[in-house]
Design a protein around this ligand. Structure first.
Ligand code: UT7
Length: 344
């Protein structure tokens, strides 16, 4: 999935994001599980997260981010050829969440597909979007998770980590637009570690039964936290180096690292291994927690809204997630892309 830098490659021409308005603090979690603000803050850096309203679903979150992205880019929905939704918390088993988004935004000329790539899914799918954009196809890529309806609220070791949200990117041929040009993109998976993080019940391997539901397994997220932590640090560091190497660049060329927002301790450990100042590693995990494949889109939008991204800068984005998968890319800012979101 690696492409060399090319002036006529692919460009993120606009971005949009959506987070639900309902805030849930660490203290609020005390109503549900035996935990504390101190434990969550010190282990993860998370202070609060957003939770979807009862009438919101994955497709409604994704649609809001998509609409904002297209509005920011002033791009007509009927010119989109591909709607790609990266999510591990789909609208339903079938059809793909992307189909509902396609209908809602009126992308009548688009193929609609989902990617299940864990928290690395957005960056990995950016590689797919890039390949199509290089061939001339406008792509709308959305990372979206609604974990609050897909997790076990009585499991303190997983539930407190997550938040809901969506980030969308309009990916266009480089000949057609400026923005965040995809300079290099790498991705990988080690399926031997598929069981360290995931949601094993409800599929064809472990179909739901009344007994499984009674035991709460329909919501169970399996996570070997410390093993995931170690894997994340190693693979994010290696992936970052690989993406830089493919671009012929070093960390000295990078203005901002925009990583998957899983956990502040992971981000700090990656910064230390990469030998970059932690201040150059963009983080909003304190306010939004881990929003899975939505986190990098949301972080990019927020960094741009805060005026941190400037023309000529290079960004390094890097992610890890279930699979066990990783992905990283170098983005070159040929022009600051327009964004739309209300993340306040
Ligand atoms: O997309 C998902 C990606 N996943 C991640 O990024 C997670 C990576 N892993 C981590 O960040 C850390 O492993 C965690 C934050 C999940 C856990 O931190 P830890 O330092 O590895 O804690 P632990 O799992 O070793 O648990 C230590 C203790 C246990 O109690 P005992 O057995 O020592 O009595 C847990 O039961 O902390 C307990 N614990 C909690 N206590 C208060 C677990 N969750 C909580 C909680 N509040 N929410």
């Amino acid at each position: 999935m690696t492409q060399p830098a090319a002036a006529d490659g692919a460009v993120i021409a606009a971005l949009g994001a959506y987070v639900p308005s309902r805030r849930m603090t660490n203290a609020d979690w005390g109503q549900y599980v035996d935990t504390s603000d101190e434990w969550i803050r010190s282990r993860t850096g998370i202070e609060e997260r957003r939770m979807a309203a009862d009438d919101e679903s994955t497709a409604t979150l994704a649609t809001r981010a998509a609409e904002r992205c297209l509005a920011a880019g002033k791009f007509p929905a009927d010119r989109i050829r591909w709607v790609l939704v990266s999510t591990d918390t789909p609208e339903m088993w079938n059809p793909a969440t992307a189909c509902f988004v396609q209908a809602a935004i009126g992308a009548v000329n688009a193929v609609a597909l989902d990617v299940t790539g864990g928290c690395a899914g957005f960056v990995a799918a950016l590689g797919l979007a890039e390949a199509r954009a290089r061939l001339g196809d406008p792509v709308l890529l959305i990372g979206c998770e609604l974990l609050s309806k897909a997790m076990d609220w009585s499991d303190r070791s997983t539930a407190v980590l997550f938040g809901d949200g969506a980030g969308a990117a309009l990916v266009l041929p480089g000949s057609e637009a400026e923005g965040l040009a995809v300079t290099s993109l790498i991705a990988g998976t080690d399926g031997r570690d598929a069981d360290i993080l995931g949601k094993p019940y409800g599929g064809t391997k472990n179909p739901l039964t009344a007994e499984l539901v009674a035991a709460g397994h329909h919501h169970k997220i399996v996570m070997h936290g410390q093993y995931v932590f170690r894997n994340a640090v190693v693979h994010m560091t290696d992936a970052a180096h690989e993406a830089l190497g493919r671009a012929g660049l070093t960390l000295a060329d990078i203005a901002w690292v925009v990583p998957h927002q899983a956990n502040q301790r992971i981000l700090d450990a990656v910064a230390e291994r990469l030998k970059v100042e932690a201040v150059k590693v963009y983080s909003n995990v304190a306010r939004f927690a881990n929003t899975g494949s939505a986190s990098i889109g949301i972080a990019l939008v927020e960094a741009i809204q805060r005026g941190l991204i400037e023309q000529g800068q290079r960004l390094l984005t890097v992610a890890f997630g279930s699979g066990f998968s990783w992905a990283a890319g170098v983005l070159t800012c040929t022009a600051v892309p327009p964004v739309e979101a209300d993340l306040g």
